[in-house]
Design a protein around this ligand. Structure first.
Ligand code: M6R
Length: 609
């Protein structure tokens, strides 16, 4: 998730406007920043690694000449957060500049094709293929306008993008386009802006034009023109007035970052499905040849590891050990060796316990692989190979979108390993891949249909003294995660354990009216879960079940239920089943007047042991 901005002004220099607008998009990423403008037929550029203020202090981002320009604040996906990888990116002639947010899935193929034509690439980004493609098309079709060349180039892109491009060939034109990544225009008396998000231009105007997937916009002194990328047909769209305050705009109209991030999950999951194959292959090579594999993490990331241990075992027939990072050194520190692999999972990539576990294993020559949401973090620097979870910056302290994105990547890895180890048939692989591809839509439906219902249930149970969270099989991980979400933001003491453990002790706590949340995915555990529900009911517990739509057997015995769509394979269930639990925790916190974004005593990144 990066922030892009572009503008064509009637009066004044573009660069200070771009600079201040990028500052408002900094929550989308801040690894590096860059601005390009055009003046007197020439492109001017400033870009650098670091936060916007640091780069501005060194370079002065406000003094580029010209009334037209583009800018970018980066959250690294392809290529480390270095100056060379920061946007804008250029073609070989330096006459075409592009900023981009999204992921170009077929960039390796395009890069090779362009390199064979003699194009020289300077960065490790996927974005750089775009200006080179535009250049190649302009060379091939000299009669093409700049926007025609952009249109032809983006027809060849697979993946997601919101991009803005300028060229000294046509110095008074700004072209932008969208597929999946957000893009919106702002219209003011002094010019037209394009941006990833409304806050970028909200102080300048509240007149906006939303751009849809598959659309291209040409901005000139005469105004804006929207076209379909597919066939160039014109689209008429008048501006709308947005009645948002700046604070609302940063949260895109949501009252809290947490709920915004819950709603972002379908988009994030689509991005995690765009991982580059060779990283999954590399990971599976290392995992396949190790004699023991530890999945090491803290908090929510640990729950993702716990879910992954079921996936690796069930799909790839590979045993792994999920371990709390803070316990790793005591528990396994001495036994780790050159044949061990540590797969560390961390949203921030900076969690002190996780880093300490990794460093200690590294000293004993173990292989370190990692999964993190923060490229350039300590974890990425000390790992042999890492994969980025593509969730975009998460502001709410409670991890939501990063949990489901971690599991999505780990599920893809389990599948890749299963293939490599020849453990499941091609038919099964096709079914599993098909189901993974559907998860973003399944999550979308779940969020949209269960939000209001979760709010009602939260209202009913918010004054409970204690709650239980139970699941069997892979839903043990989901239950643990549901409990953590509720405890950390609603401060309600909660207990979670595998449902089968009830009768070994915890059931003695059950008394009339105590709410027990059961995560009831439809797999081999379903029948036994029903027995566990009956045991609890018999002792007076109130049952809140998270079920598949039309699971009538459980609907009949539950007091309340939240539903996910039908037909979800048990092995992937933690992704959709986590959603109702996130919503429930959020609404309980609101019911109890707690700020879900900033729970007491907690920090987003825990950098002390
Ligand atoms: O950045 P990390 O994934 O390493 O963070 C681990 C935990 O601190 C984190 O998941 C924490 O438990 C969250 N507050 C959970 O919502």
């Amino acid at each position: 998730m990066c922030g892009i901005f572009g503008c064509l002004l009637s009066n004044g220099n573009a660069s200070p406007v771009i600079h201040s607008s990028l500052k408002k998009l900094e929550y989308r990423g801040y690894d590096s920043v860059g601005i390009a403008t055009i003046f007197d037929g020439k492109i001017f550029l400033k870009k650098g690694q670091g936060k916007i203020d640091e780069v501005h202090k060194n370079l002065n981002l406000d003094d580029l000449p010209g009334n037209i320009g583009i800018g970018h604040t980066r959250w690294a996906t392809h290529g480390a957060p270095l100056q060379i990888n920061s946007h804008p990116h250029f073609d070989c002639t330096g006459k075409i500049a592009v900023v981009h947010n999204g992921i170009i899935e077929n960039f390796s193929e395009l890069k090779l094709e362009l390199q064979n034509l003699g194009h020289i690439f300077v960065s490790k980004t996927d974005t750089e293929v775009i200006p080179h493609l535009i250049e190649a098309i302009m060379k091939d079709k000299p009669d093409f306008s700049f926007e025609n060349a952009v249109q032809e180039a983006i027809k060849r892109l697979e993946g997601s993008f919101a991009l803005a491009a300028i060229s000294s060939h046509e110095p008074s034109k700004l072209v932008c386009a969208r597929n999946e990544s957000p893009l919106i225009l702002g219209i003011s008396d002094n010019g037209i802006y394009c941006a990833s998000d409304i806050p970028a231009f909200l102080p300048l105007t509240n007149k906006t034009v939303p751009i849809n997937n598959g659309e291209l916009v040409i901005i000139t002194a005469k105004g804006y023109q929207i076209k379909k990328i597919r066939d160039g047909s014109l689209i008429e769209r008048a501006p709308e007035i947005i009645e948002w305050t700046s604070e609302m705009a940063v949260k895109q109209g949501y009252p809290h970052f947490m709920i915004k991030e819950i709603y972002e999950q379908p988009e994030v999951l689509r991005n995690t499905l765009r991982l580059q194959d060779h990283y999954l292959d590399l990971f599976s090579t290392f995992l396949d040849r190790s004699t023991e594999i530890f999945l090491v993490a803290c908090g929510t990331s640990y729950h993702a590891c716990l879910a992954a241990s079921y996936m690796f075992s069930k799909l790839a027939f590979l045993p792994t050990y999920p371990v709390y990072a803070s316990e790793f050194i005591e528990q396994y520190g001495k036994s780790v060796n050159i044949d061990s692999t540590i797969l560390a999972v961390s949203q921030s990539g900076e969690t002190a316990d996780t880093i300490a576990a990794v460093v200690s294993a590294q000293q004993r020559a173990a292989t370190i692989l990692s999964l993190t949401n923060t490229i350039g973090s300590t974890l990425t620097r000390i790992s042999r190979v890492y994969i980025g979870t593509q969730a975009g910056p998460e502001i709410g302290v409670a991890a939501t979108k990063t949990f489901t994105s971690q599991i999505s990547v780990l599920a893809q890895l389990a599948l890749r390993l299963a293939k490599r180890r020849g453990k499941i048939s091609q038919d099964e692989i096709d079914t599993l891949e098909g189901q993974l591809a559907k998860l973003p839509d399944i999550v979308d439906t779940t969020v949209k249909t269960q939000d209001a219902k979760a709010k009602q249930i939260a209202h009913k149970y918010a004054n409970s003294k204690v709650l239980f969270f139970l699941g069997r099989g892979i839903s043990t991980a989901t239950a643990f995660e549901g409990r953590l979400k509720l405890m950390e933001i609603a401060y309600i003491p909660s207990v979670a354990f595998p449902a089968g453990e009830s009768k070994h002790g915890p059931i003695s706590l059950i008394e009339n009216g105590l709410p027990v949340i059961f995560v009831c995915q439809k797999d081999d555990t379903h029948k036994t879960v029903i027995s566990n529900i009956m045991e609890m009911k018999a002792r007076g517990a109130k049952i809140i079940a998270i079920i598949e739509k039309d699971d009538n057997e459980i609907k009949e015995i539950a007091d309340d239920y939240l539903e996910v769509p039908q037909g979800i394979l048990g092995i992937f269930s933690p992704i959709p089943y986590a959603i109702p639990l996130q919503l429930l925790a959020y609404h309980m916190a609101i019911e109890l007047n707690h700020d879900p974004d900033m729970p007491r005593n907690l920090a987003k990144s825990v950098t002390v042991k």
